[in-house]
Ligand binder design. Structure first.
Ligand code: SAM
Length: 231
C-alpha cells in the first residue's frame, strides 16, 4: 500500500486527472492513482537511470502501460506544452522543486493545478506560487514514521488566502497561511523542534566575536513569531 505521505498527495488530484509526476522513482504514485481511477492518465518523469527503470518495471507489473508513460529527462522537459493539466512533484527539497517549476515555466501555460510535497523549505514554494500566478489553495502537514511532511496545492484560480498586511504575510509564508489556522500536532512538533534549534543558534551567535547582524535579526524575528504561534 502507498505511504500516508503519497496518499495525501494523490488525494488532491481530481477524477480523470492527466498529470505528470516529476521524479517519480518507482512510479508508485501514478500507479496508485491510475489503478483507483481508470479515467486517469499520467506521465512518470525521472532523470536517473535506476529510478527510471524501476518506474518502467512497476508500470508494466501493474498493467498500466497504456495509461502511464514513463519518460526519462530533467524536470518538466519530459512533457510537451499543454500536455498535462496537473503537475505533481514530491519528496524533494523546496528549492529543487521551485527550480524545476522555474525551468519548466513554458510547460505550465495550461496547467491547472500544482501539487508539491517539499521535504524542506515550503516557504520558497509559497513565494514561487505568489510570483508566478498560482494561488495557494490547500495545505496539509502530517507526520509519518518520525518525519514531518507538508503538502501544498496551488491552482490557477481561487481566493487569495493571505492576510493583506505585509508583515503578517511574511509570517504566513514561513508557516503556511492555511496551516496557521489549524496548528495540528504535526505542526506543533515541527515548529517546536525548529524553535529549539533556532534559540540555540541565536544564543551561540550572541556569544560569538563577529556576528552577521542581518542574519541574527531575521532569526530573532522568527523566534518572536514562534513565541506568538506556539502556546
Ligand atoms: N516522488 C517520489 C516520492 O515522493 O516518493 C520519489 C522521491 S525521490 C526522494 C526523488 C526522485 O527525484 C529521485 O528518484 C530522483 O532521481 C528524482 N529527481 C531528482 N531531480 C530530478 C529532476 N530534475 N528531474 C526528474 N527527476 C528528478
Amino acid at each position: 500500500s502507498l505511504s500516508e505521505r503519497l496518499s495525501a498527495v494523490a488525494a488532491h488530484l481530481p477524477k480523470a486527472a492527466h498529470f505528470v509526476d516529476v521524479g517519480s522513482d518507482h512510479a508508485y504514485l501514478p500507479c496508485y492513482v491510475c489503478l483507483k481511477d481508470t479515467t486517469s492518465q499520467a506521465i512518470a518523469g525521472e532523470i536517473n537511470e535506476g529510478p527510471f527503470r524501476s518506474a518502467q518495471k512497476q508500470v508494466k507489473l501493474q498493467g498500466l502501460i497504456d495509461r502511464i508513460d514513463v519518460r526519462k529527462g530533467d524536470g518538466l522537459a519530459v512533457v510537451e506544452a499543454d500536455e498535462v493539466k496537473q503537475v505533481v512533484i514530491a519528496g524533494m527539497g523546496g528549492p529543487l522543486i521551485a527550480s524545476i517549476l522555474e525551468q519548466g515555466k513554458d510547460k505550465l501555460g495550461r496547467v491547472e493545478q500544482l501539487i508539491v510535497q517539499p521535504n524542506i523549505d515550503a516557504r520558497v514554494l509559497r513565494k514561487w506560487f505568489l510570483n508566478n500566478g498560482f494561488v495557494l489553495q490547500k495545505e496539509q502537514i502530517l507526520e509519518e514514521a518520525g518525519h514531518i511532511y507538508e503538502v501544498l496545492v496551488a491552482e490557477r484560480q481561487g481566493k487569495d488566502i493571505y492576510h493583506g498586511d505585509e508583515a503578517i504575510r511574511d509570517k504566513e509564508l514561513l508557516f503556511g497561511p492555511i496551516l496557521l489556522k489549524d496548528k495540528n500536532e504535526a505542526f506543533r512538533t515541527k515548529w517546536l523542534d525548529y524553535k529549539r534549534k533556532l534559540a540555540r543558534n541565536v544564543a551561540n551567535m550572541q556569544q560569538a566575536q563577529q556576528v552577521d547582524e542581518a542574519k541574527l535579526a531575521s532569526f530573532k524575528k522568527e523566534l518572536a513569531w514562534l513565541e506568538e504561534e506556539l502556546d
